[in-house]
Write a protein that binds this ligand. Structure first.
Ligand code: SAM
Ligand code: SF4
Length: 328
C-alpha cells in the first residue's frame, strides 16, 4: 500500500474499544461518555477488516484502545489474528495499561504476541493514583511482571509531564534497566478535551534528553520498531531509551501507519480529521474486493502530516478527538 507521498503503509493500529478502567488526566476527562454498543464493530467484523488490510499489504497490527484488555472476549480476536501470523501478518502486538495483564499475559504469548507496550508514567504509588484518577500501581506492576514471566518483551511508555513526572525519569531508566525493559518517553499531544489546560504540562523532550545526558551515557542507534521513536543506547543499563517527539520533531515523512477505531472509522493520520467509514460497508455485506477497494481509496487520501502545535495562549485541544479513540 503506497500512499501519495511514496510511503509504504504496512502498519495498522486497531483501537478495539474506547473504554478504559483508568482515566489518565492527560488522556481523558473524568466524566467521559463512551460509545453505544450498536456503533461498535463486533470482534468478528474487526477480524474480517484486519484480514482485508493484511491482504492489502499490512504486515504489523497493534491492538490498542481505550484499554484493549477490558473489551469483553478480546482474546477471541487476539487468537483469530494470531492465526494470521505467517500468513501475511508478521507481527501482532498490543499497547496496554497493564491492569489486566496478570490475567492475560500467558494467553497473549500463546496466541503469538511477542512484544507488548505498557504505559507507566510514574513509579510512585500515590502519584500513579493521582495521574490515573483512581488506578492502583500494584495492578499495573503485577501485570508487567506477568508479561515478563510469560516471555513477552516489554517496553514501557511514559508520557513526559512538566510538573508531573519530570523528576522521575532517572528512576524509571534505572528500574527499566533492572528488569530488562526498554523505555519510551512521549510528548503530550493536544488531543481531546480533558477538562484542563494541557499546555501547562507540555515538556519538550529535547530538553529532557539534554538533562538525561548529564547522568547517563546515551548514544544514538539505528534501532527502529516500526514506530516514530528515535532510540539511544544507555551504556549504564544496557537498555534503550526512545523519544517520541511529535511536536519538537515532526516525524511524518517516515509515517508507515493508519488507524482503525472500534467503530470502523479509519484515520489516515493521528493529527487530522479526515477519515473513511468501514462499518456501513461491512454491514451492507461488502465482499473482499469492495473492502480492499475502499482501503485503497482511503490510502490515496493519506495527508502529508499533522499540524499539531502547542499554543500557550489557547488551552483548547488541536483536535476534539481523544487519544483513546485512535489509541495513540
Ligand atoms: N490504554 C492503553 C495504554 O494506556 O497504554 C492503550 C491506549 S493509550 C491511548 C496509548 C498511549 O497513548 C499511552 O501510552 C498513553 O500514555 C498515550 N497517550 C494518551 N493520551 C495522550 C496524549 N494526549 N498525548 C500523548 N500521549 C498520550
Ligand atoms: Fe486509559 Fe490508556 Fe487513556 Fe490511560 S492512556 S486513560 S490507560 S486509554
Amino acid at each position: 500500500m503506497i500512499d501519495p507521498f511514496g510511503r509504504n503503509i504496512t502498519y495498522l493500529r486497531v483501537s478495539v474499544t474506547d473504554r478504559c478502567d483508568l482515566r489518565c488526566a492527560y488522556c481523558m476527562a473524568e466524566d467521559m461518555s463512551f460509545l453505544p454498543k450498536a456503533e461498535i464493530l463486533t470482534l468478528e467484523e474487526l477480524d474480517r477488516l484486519c484480514g482485508a488490510f493484511i491482504r492489502s499489504g499490512v504486515r504489523k497490527i497493534r491492538l490498542t484502545g481505550g484499554e484493549p484488555l477490558v473489551r469483553r472476549g478480546v482474546m477471541t480476536l487476539v487468537h483469530a489474528l494470531g492465526t494470521r501470523l505467517g500468513a501475511g501478518l508478521e507481527e501482532l502486538t498490543l499497547t496496554s495499561n497493564g491492569t489486566q495483564l496478570a490475567r492475560f499475559a500467558g494467553d497473549l504469548a500463546a496466541a503469538g504476541v511477542q512484544r507488548i507496550n505498557v504505559s507507566l508514567d510514574t513509579l510512585d504509588a500515590a502519584k500513579f493514583t493521582t495521574l490515573t484518577r483512581w488506578g492502583k500501581i500494584e495492578k499495573t506492576i503485577d501485570g508487567i511482571m506477568a508479561a515478563r514471566a510469560a516471555g513477552l518483551a516489554v517496553k514501557i511508555n511514559t508520557v513526559a509531564l512538566r510538573g508531573g513526572n519530570e523528576d522521575e525519569f532517572d528512576a524509571l531508566i534505572a528500574w527499566c534497566g533492572r528488569w530488562g525493559f526498554d523505555l519510551c518517553l512521549i510528548e503530550t499531544m493536544p488531543m481531546g478535551d480533558i477538562g484542563a489546560d494541557r499546555s501547562e504540562h507540555y515538556l519538550p523532550l529535547s530538553l529532557v534528553r539534554a538533562r538525561l545526558r548529564r547522568g547517563w551515557t546515551l548514544s544514538e542507534t539505528d534501532y527502529r520498531t516500526g514506530g516514530p521513536a528515535r532510540y539511544f543506547d544507555i551504556a549504564e543499563t544496557g537498555r534503550r531509551i526512545g523519544f517520541i517527539t511529535p511536536l519538537t520533531h515532526n516525524f511524518c515523512e517516515s509515517c508507515n501507519r493508519v488507524r482503525l477505531t472500534c467503530t470502523g472509522t479509519l484515520y489516515m493520520c493521528l493529527g487530522q480529521e479526515d477519515a473513511a467509514e468501514f462499518r456501513p460497508l461491512l454491514r451492507a455485506g461488502a465482499d473482499e474486493a469492495e473492502l480492499q477497494a475502499a482501503i485503497a481509496e482511503a490510502l490515496a487520501r493519506k495527508p502529508r502530516g499533522h499540524d499539531f502545535v502547542i499554543d500557550r495562549r489557547h488551552s483548547a485541544p488541536a483536535l476534539t478527538r481523544h487519544m483513546s479513540v485512535t489509541g495513540g
